[in-house]
Write a protein that binds this ligand. Structure first.
Ligand code: ATP
Length: 588
């Protein structure tokens, strides 16, 4: 059975459920509640599971959606359908305002701030006169279609689940796209993502608003299903429940949101019946048992339930990309007599430690330059100064005559500077192909809506074909569709090079590219770099393997304790007294 068939079977079951003769309406209502919760949990899966931003305050966005439509349809007599865009606008605008503050926070500050506004918004809903304070708003009109009021839970069931399935499909489309790769890179590879020109702050805000819109949509539906809204379902405890649903279902798995919402809703319902039956009505310990059950479930399935379920479902077949129209290539124009990269008295001081001490050197066009030196000499820090990861204390870095020091990694990447990292920064759960395609992010155009509606296929095919081409170039074609984390470290370093090449850079910065490679792999890498140089690309590499460096480079810069002690062609460096002293000490 293909995944499409499995989805078809699920949809068919949802269509048939209300038609089952004798099925109590209560169960249909419960299923509708699961659907409403699944919409919120789906946003949280994207925000927390995929994007790595934990939010406890998601229920507040349901509140914005629900109250907006409640006010408009009761106080002003608007049709619920007309109020829908306003509900989404209110939730989305609130998310923009809160997101601008929240997504910049990191570590525990982020979830704490979501708790803070989750709490304050709950109290705010209960204080506003127009929202009916703690009594809320009642007599909200039901949804109606073609003049028929959808008051029957069976009819509303189709509206809710149609929305849930559509939201799941659109979200899956989004994740399987250029923007989706950027979203998936947030959790484990923000620095790498920025180094490939991805505006991480913007992508985070997009995810934040997207999750809020799903919550707002759920709130709008909730208002017209329940026909009354009060602050309680939009408080912090509801926010925690939604988070449980996302995590229990399988954080990071869109379908897991439905599983999690189903499990938590059914568990709560079951306990509300079972606990009084077992312990009597006077002992109200449902909440305690509920908490214990959730903790036990998390112990049993740390990755959530979806991965367990996915094992018995058909696995999606991952096909290598087909050939597509080639992406435009950068022209290595510039005057060959003028250097491409110039460091002028670049300095970096970490408190009392001078890691890079007024270092100056140039990288010419179509030249391979090596930056060498003993451990702790300041090579990686110099790389980080060039790529904007670390800010200069003094001095300047110019690329093609334009000063780039003081700008962000994302802006520097746009100049055509790509890099690899000393400690590999791939997303281990994404395929090799997807990791490499991330490098080509700036060469694609398709945005959020195009991705959701699958209007990005041509753009996407070109990006994937480019990624596949670079993977073939580094000799890892047979590993293209494997998760990057399953490759040996040396191979992962090569994947980083392919990712950098997918950006079509003019300057390639390689941090220890030969580390972990076997002899024949190093020879292949040297051959590749020589070919890139012949094509006009400039390369700056940090490398400890002197055989590799001496046989390949045009020019070598030597650092020791942050200071440049020598520079020149390989033959001169081999016998330079200061270099021998730095590497071999007194024995030289
Ligand atoms: N963020 C930081 N804060 C404080 N000190 C730092 C920081 N980053 C680097 N250093 C220090 O700066 C010096 C240079 O480090 P760097 O990593 O640039 O050296 P390296 O030449 O790349 O060494 P290796 O070959 O071992 O990677 C070291 O003494 C290191 O401890």
């Amino acid at each position: 059975m293909s995944p499409r068939l499995a989805l078809g079977a699920f949809v068919a079951a949802l269509v048939l459920v209300p038609l089952v003769p004798g099925l109590p309406v209560f169960w249909i209502t419960l299923l509708g509640n699961i659907g409403l919760a699944a919409l919120v949990a789906m946003g949280l899966v994207l925000l927390t599971g995929v994007g790595g931003m934990t939010s406890f305050g998601q229920a507040a966005f349901c509140g914005f959606g629900a109250y907006a439509t409640a006010v408009l349809s009761t106080h002003y007599g608007w049709s619920p359908w007309l109020a829908l865009p306003v509900s989404l606008l209110v939730s989305g605008s609130a998310a923009v305002v809160l997101g601008l503050v929240t997504v910049r926070l990191s570590g525990h500050f982020l979830p704490l701030s979501t708790m803070a506004w989750g709490l304050s918004l709950y109290y705010l809903f209960g204080k506003i006169e127009m929202l009916g304070r703690h009594d809320g708003i009642s007599a909200i009109p039901p949804l109606s279609l073609a003049g028929f009021e959808l008051t029957d839970p069976r009819a509303i069931h189709y509206v809710i689940w149609g929305t849930v399935i559509a939201a799941a499909i659109l979200t899956l489309h989004l994740l399987d796209s250029r923007i989706g790769r950027a979203i998936r890179a947030l959790r484990r590879g923000q620095l790498a993502a920025e180094s490939f020109g991805i505006n991480v702050a913007r992508i985070k805000l997009i995810v934040f608003v997207y999750a809020a819109l799903l919550a707002g949509l759920s709130g709008w539906l909730y208002a017209h299903v329940q026909r009354t809204v009060t602050p309680t379902p939009f408080g912090i405890s509801a926010g925690i429940e939604y988070l449980f649903m996302a995590v229990l279902g399988g954080a990071g798995q869109i379908w897991g949101a439905i599983v999690g919402a189903g499990l938590v809703t059914l568990l709560k319902e079951a306990l509300q019946r079972l606990v009084p039956a077992l312990f009597g009505n006077s002992v109200q310990i449902e909440g305690v048992v509920f908490g214990i059950a959730l903790v036990a479930l998390l112990q049993f399935a740390r990755e959530g339930l979806w991965p367990h379920l996915a094992r018995i479902l058909p696995a999606p077949v991952r096909l290598a990309p087909k050939a597509a129209e080639a992406l435009a290539r950068r022209a290595f124009g510039g005057d060959r007599n003028r250097p491409l990269l110039v460091l002028d008295a670049a300095r970096k001081q970490f408190a009392g430690l001078v890691a890079v001490n007024d270092v100056s050197f140039k990288v010419g066009r179509g030249e391979i330059v090596a930056l060498i030196g003993p451990n702790g000499a300041g090579k990686s820090t110099t790389f980080n100064l060039i790529t904007g990861v670390t800010k200069l204390t003094a001095g300047t870095v110019r690329f093609d005559e334009a000063p780039i020091s003081g700008t962000s990694p994302q802006v520097i990447a746009r100049h055509g500077i790509a890099r690899t990292f000393q400690h590999v920064k791939l997303n281990p759960d994404m395929t090799v192909l997807e990791n490499v395609a991330l490098g080509a992010h700036l060469r694609g155009r398709a945005g959020l809506m195009a991705a959701m509606l699958r209007l990005d296929r041509r753009d996407e095919a070109r990006l994937l074909a480019e990624a596949a081409c670079q993977i073939e170039r580094i000799g890892l074609a047979e590993h293209m569709m494997k998760p990057a984390g399953s490759l040996a470290l040396g191979q992962q370093r090569m994947v980083e090079i392919a990712r950098a090449l997918a950006m079509d850079p003019e300057l390639l910065l390689l941090d220890e590219p030969a580390a972990g490679l076997r002899h024949f792999e190093k020879a292949a890498l040297a051959d590749l770099l020589a070919r890139l140089r012949a094509e006009g690309m400039s390369i700056l590499l940090v490398e400890h393997d002197m055989g590799f460096v001496m046989g390949l480079t045009d020019h070598i810069v030597v650092l020791d304790f942050g200071t440049k002690i020598a520079e020149g062609p390989p033959d001169a460096i081999k016998t330079h007294p200061a270099v021998l002293e730095a590497y071999l000490g007194g024995a030289a």
